[in-house]
Design a protein around this ligand. Structure first.
Ligand code: ADP
Length: 738
């Protein structure tokens, strides 16, 4: 509340009755001054001050202004001209008169001196004595009203006998009240406007912050054609364009940005088809439109756009707001899941390893790469590209040639991946020349010729080792970490299929090998057993009748030989199960290798003679060392036995000699020889390079020999030219630790 003591106006107390009259005459001047001064007021307090300044003492020396606040009349300002003592309490509740006028809404004038004036100017019993002591003569109160609405009450009182308040003064007070009401309302509106503006500014700032931080693209257009679309930060980042750029495809030519939105069929939408333009043109919502975004010809991702129209007061569309979500990752993940699910079905549809690896490679093109190859070991032991597919059919013949001729050398990245099982991403293939191949491909280098610029090498790591390397190449862009991760996930899926197919083939091969082995073993055992049976029959016959003792001992010797043969065969079978179970114990002793060789040769002398193979022994003697005598005997017997069996009656040469590392035995024949492919596999279990019809044998001798030699810390190898003979070499360290 404002309470002021006003300066005494000279003449206010010294004039006669004519003064009030003259003042009333200048009523219009007073009103003019009042409205002028009020017009320059910038706040409520100034309005009050102005009222006090202009109205007193012209309308008395006592003025109260009470205003309605939340429906309650409250004292806002009180002015007392210092005429003698200051009368009345500072502030305080509204007077009874003010309250009465507020209730009735009618102005009131009371002329005194009268006790009633003091009562009405007081606010109740408590303040009455003080008001009474001030000695008010006349009083009046007028409502402050604007547009029929009560704002407060303006009260005046006079204690000067010369300053009587009359009907004219009341009329002037009413006019003044109108001016004050208008000023107060103007001030209220101004304050409200200020608050509203402040609020709007804050809301705009909050909205801008929201636009800046929200992880959704937002575009706003304020015209029906969406010629200018404002974008938020996220949207700008998605486009990779400056925030202030106009991203509308309906923009004027000079502002158009190199943006394209493509539908599911890869067709670029025209501006009128875009969601924001459609919403602004039709006044209808356009929801969840999936589009591919392309900027500067580069695909930036997949977005889902929704747009709602903005309306004016007449509910006519005046623009639109669009929201854009980046669903690239989600879409990619869904596509990836679908791809993996479909590829799993395709990959597991065959149990043939070649077919499975072909499917593996074909599925990759063009979904994961422009060029895909499956690399693995060839039967000749070299590493090659077993399948190679190119997205461009015109380059497929070259791809086939690369697959046929490219031998992946040691040190080559694919070779490394195969050996280490470590995947590798080569975003930019700089050393294309190292990716050489044979023939035409050799001249150009496979990757160069096939147009590959970026490569991913993904080994298929199966439990038994690396089953192969999937090579994925891109011809048009650098492979990314994301591509690399996904390719590995795909390869992990594919490995199961490849491994399954491999295991299936191995199991199938093992079963047919076992069947073949059983039939050979049966055959091998039947022959000596039949001879044994025959021999025993003869012995029984010979012993029943006194006959020729020489004949009897011949049959006994024959039975002995056949018995030994059966024993050897059974021993072989036992060794297989021992080795398979990991139990091949060595009993080491110090011995002479050359002496053992001589012993074996002597034991087999009769048989050698029978097949007509002259034996040449070139033994360095003695060759001492620590080995397992009976196992070494087994190896030498087997090698000499084979030389005899496959030696075609030609000479056999056996050499023993000391080497810097230990000792060496070489058994060389001039027999049928072994082809290079067969040389690689004859040391395998049940592996034979000859037909069982021509030569007997279980295909186990070399396998067992290799296990024994390896167990003794040495190695065994073959050199052979088909049709010219074979040479088997065993190298052993001398002092094998037990
Ligand atoms: P087998 O009992 O069949 O002889 P091995 O394991 O001893 O079994 O030999 C495996 C295969 O290696 C033979 O079937 C044969 O094809 C080939 N082989 C072994 N030694 C010779 C050799 N000296 N000359 C030619 N071929 C041989």
């Amino acid at each position: 509340m404002l309470e002021l003591e006003m300066p005494s106006v000279s003449g206010a107390g010294s004039g006669g009755p004519g003064l009030l009259l003259s003042l009333l005459h200048s009523r219009s001047q007073l009103l003019g001054r009042m409205s002028r001064e009020l017009a320059s007021c910038t706040g409520r307090e100034e309005v009050y001050r102005c009222l006090g300044r202009v109205a007193l003492p012209e309308l008395g020396d006592w003025c109260d202004l009470d205003v309605l606040q939340d429906g309650v009349l409250q004292r806002a300002a009180a002015f007392r001209a210092p005429h003698g003592a200051v009368h009345g309490p500072p502030g305080g509740p509204p007077s009874l008169l003010a309250r009465r006028v507020a209730r009735s809404g009618h102005p009131e004038l009371l002329q005194g001196p009268d006790e009633q004036v003091a009562v009405l100017l007081s606010s109740g019993e408590e303040t009455l004595p003080r008001v009474r002591a001030a000695g008010p003569l006349d009083c009046m109160a007028v409502p402050l009203r604007l547009a029929g609405q009560l704002l407060g009450v303006l009260s005046f009182a006079s204690r000067e006998p010369e300053l009587h308040l009359d009907e004219d003064a009341l009329a002037l007070a009413e006019d003044l009240a109108g001016c004050v009401a208008l000023a107060l309302e103007t001030d209220r509106l101004r304050q409200e406007l200020k608050r509203a503006r402040h609020h709007a500014q804050r809301q705009a700032a909050d909205f801008q912050t929201l636009l800046d931080v929200i992880p959704v693209g937002i575009g706003i257009a304020y015209d029906r054609e969406c010629r200018y679309i404002h974008q938020n930060g996220w949207f700008a980042r998605l486009h990779g364009l400056p925030l202030e750029s106009n991203i509308s495809l309906s923009a004027p030519d000079t502002e158009l940005q190199p943006i394209r939105y493509l539908d599911g069929n890869g067709r670029a939408l025209i501006p009128e088809e875009l969601p924001m333009q459609r919403a602004a043109a039709t006044g209808q919502e356009v929801l969840d439109v999936e589009l591919d975004l392309e900027v500067h010809g580069q695909r930036r991702g997949t977005i889902v756009v929704s747009a709602v129209p903005l309306f004016d007061e007449e509910h006519r569309p005046r623009g639109s707001i669009g929201t854009i979500q980046d669903v690239t990752a989600r879409k990619r993940a869904t596509e990836a899941q679908r791809f993996l699910a479909e590829s799993s079905v395709a990959l597991s549809s065959s149990l043939d390893p070649e077919q499975t690896s072909r499917t593996l490679v074909e599925l990759c093109v063009p979904a994961l790469a422009s060029v895909a190859a499956f690399c693995g070991w060839r039967p000749d032991g070299t590493l090659g590209m077993l399948m190679l597919t190119h997205a461009d059919p015109t380059l497929q013949p070259l791809a086939d040639e690369v697959a046929r001729t490219f031998v992946i050398p040691e040190g080559h990245p694919i070779h490394e991946a195969m050996m280490t099982g470590r995947p590798r991403l080569i975003p930019v293939l700089e050393e294309a020349s190292s990716w050489y191949a044979g023939g035409e491909a050799q001249r150009q280098g496979p990757c160069h010729g096939l147009g590959v610029h970026s490569v991913m090498l993904i080994p298929l790591a199966a439990p038994q080792g690396v089953a192969g390397v999937l090579v994925l190449g891109s011809t048009d862009r650098a492979c990314t970490e994301e591509d690399f991760t996904f390719a590995q996930e795909y390869a992990a899926h594919a490995t199961y299929a490849i491994d399954n197919a491999r295991l299936y083939r191995e199991a199938r091969d093992a079963i047919s090998l076992r069947d073949e082995f059983l039939s050979i073993a049966g055959h091998e055992l039947r022959t000596p057993l039949t001879s044994l049976q025959l021999g025993l029959l003869h012995i029984v016959r010979e012993s029943a009748t006194p006959g020729d003792p020489a004949r009897l001992s011949k049959w006994v010797a024959m039975c002995q030989r056949q018995g030994e043969r059966v024993g050897r065969l059974v021993g072989c079978l036992l060794d297989v199960s021992r080795i398979t179970a990991g139990r091949l114990p060595m009993v080491l002793e110090e011995m002479d290798l050359s002496a053992l060789m001589e012993e074996v040769a002597a034991r087999m002398g009769a048989e050698l003679e029978k097949v007509g193979c002259p034996l040449v022994l070139k033994l360095q003697s003695p060759l001492r060392g620590r080995w397992d005598r009976s196992r070494l005997d087994q190896v030498l017997t087997n090698l000499l036995g084979n030389a005899m069996k496959y030696g075609q009656g030609r000479p056999i040469e056996v050499t023993t000699l000391a080497t810097p590392e230990g000792v060496c035995v070489r058994i060389r024949d001039e027999g049928i020889g072994i082809s290079p492919e067969d040389q690689a596999r004859i040391f395998g279990r049940f592996e034979r390079a000859v037909s069982e019809r021509h030569y007997g044998g279980l295909g186990l001798g070399l396998w067992i020999s290799r296990q024994i030699v390896t167990e003794l810390g040495g190695h065994i190898r073959v050199e052979s030219v088909q049709g010219q003979g074979s040479s088997f070499t065993v190298e052993l360290p001398r002092w094998v630790e037990g």
